[in-house]
Design a protein around this ligand. Structure first.
Ligand code: ATP
Ligand code: MG
Length: 120
């Protein structure tokens, strides 16, 4: 299993959620976060010029998936979150050791459903 952590623009969230839904990805966590993506602002003041490392509002998605869903999930986010301007965001894919569904006690692949993406 993998944990896909994506940081996207808040105004792209609906498009991303729709793309994930169409890709049959179910189960995710979304949070409002502040992020820095390398863009710095030069600020003039009495000491000269300083650099302000600004923070922008972003949305962080955490999606736990079984292996067959890794690529479809990444593709759905790439396709829906992109504007082509700097600051579109990042996707991290992390290994996951265990997943447990609390209601049933199912674990690992059985706990991240569905297991087979449509069309595979
Ligand atoms: N290396 C990183 N580690 C953690 N979060 C990051 C990292 N890079 C970007 N982010 C998150 O993604 C958001 C958007 O980043 P951004 O799109 O600017 O990335 P980038 O790599 O600088 O790409 P671009 O060149 O398109 O700006 C940031 O505000 C931050 O929340
Ligand atoms: Mg950037």
């Amino acid at each position: 299993m993998k944990l896909i952590i994506a940081t996207v623009r808040p105004d792209k969230l609906n498009d991303v959620l729709e793309a994930l839904y169409r890709a049959e990805v179910r189960g995710l966590t979304a949070s409002r976060v502040m992020g820095h993506g390398g863009e710095v602002e030069r600020v003039e003041n009495y000491r000269g010029t300083t650099v302000k490392m600004g923070l922008q509002e972003k949305v962080r998605l955490e999606i736990g998936v079984s292996e067959p869903f890794v690529d479809v999930t990444v593709k759905a986010i790439l396709g829906a979150a992109r504007t082509g301007e700097v600051g579109d965001g990042k996707i991290f894919v992390l290994d996951v050791e265990q997943v447990h569904r609390i209601r049933t006690g199912e674990r690992d692949e059985a706990a991240v459903t569905p297991t087979i993406p449509a069309g595979v």
